[in-house]
Design a protein around this ligand. Structure first.
Ligand code: SF4
Length: 183
């Protein structure tokens, strides 16, 4: 019995193609691998963390994107997801977690509290995590719905896919880190 299985590639980088071969640049191949193997570290402090749990669970199933391996150690994570209110007391811990992550790494700020302090415009709450660490993608909402979280993660994947391998050692990147007092 013959079966015709039509296998489709969801995404294929630009390259040269012929009978039995495909060639592309190393940057594109590395970007593709990185984008589809992100290991998130969930830094969840309050209600947005619950919404993230819903995103992980069977209905929304974050593992569809090859990202089911949550990391609770910064040393084995490359996507820092900050969800919830960050108090000024906690800010140095968040920064330490960021610093312990190896390059390349990305940061996703989920919800109004992490992005701007949200409704907590008080002396004790950090008014946005971008005051202490660089952020790649912001997800608006209080709380954002799981669809928004998935959309934010897809945007991180796009960044990872299109980032050249040399970006992290570029003078521009180092200058951006220097603004935060990071090396
Ligand atoms: S943005 Fe809203 S849902 Fe998220 S942590 Fe803040 S108060 Fe809670």
């Amino acid at each position: 019995m013959t079966t015709n299985v039509d296998i489709k590639s969801e995404y294929k980088p630009e390259g040269l193609e012929g009978q039995g071969f495909f060639a592309t640049s190393l940057d594109k191949a590395v970007g593709l691998a990185r984008a589809n193997s992100l290991w998130p570290l969930p830094f969840a402090t309050s209600c947005c963390g619950i919404e993230f749990m819903a995103t992980m669970a069977s209905h929304y199933d974050l593992s569809r994107f090859g990202m089911e391996r949550l990391s609770f150690s910064p040393r084995q994570a490359d996507l820092l997801m900050v969800m919830g209110t960050i108090s000024k007391k906690m800010a140095p811990i968040l920064r330490q977690v960021y610093e312990q992550m190896a390059e390349p790494k990305w940061v996703l700020s989920m919800g109004a509290c992490a992005s701007s302090g949200g409704i907590f415009d008080t002396y004790s709450v950090l008014q946005g995590i971008d005051r202490i660490i660089p952020v790649d993608v912001y997800i608006p909402g209080c709380p954002p719905r799981p669809e928004q979280v998935l959309d934010g993660i897809l945007k991180i994947q796009e960044l990872a896919k299109n980032e050249g391998r040399s970006r992290r050692t570029s003078p521009e990147y180092k200058a951006m880190l220097a603004k935060y007092g990071l090396e």
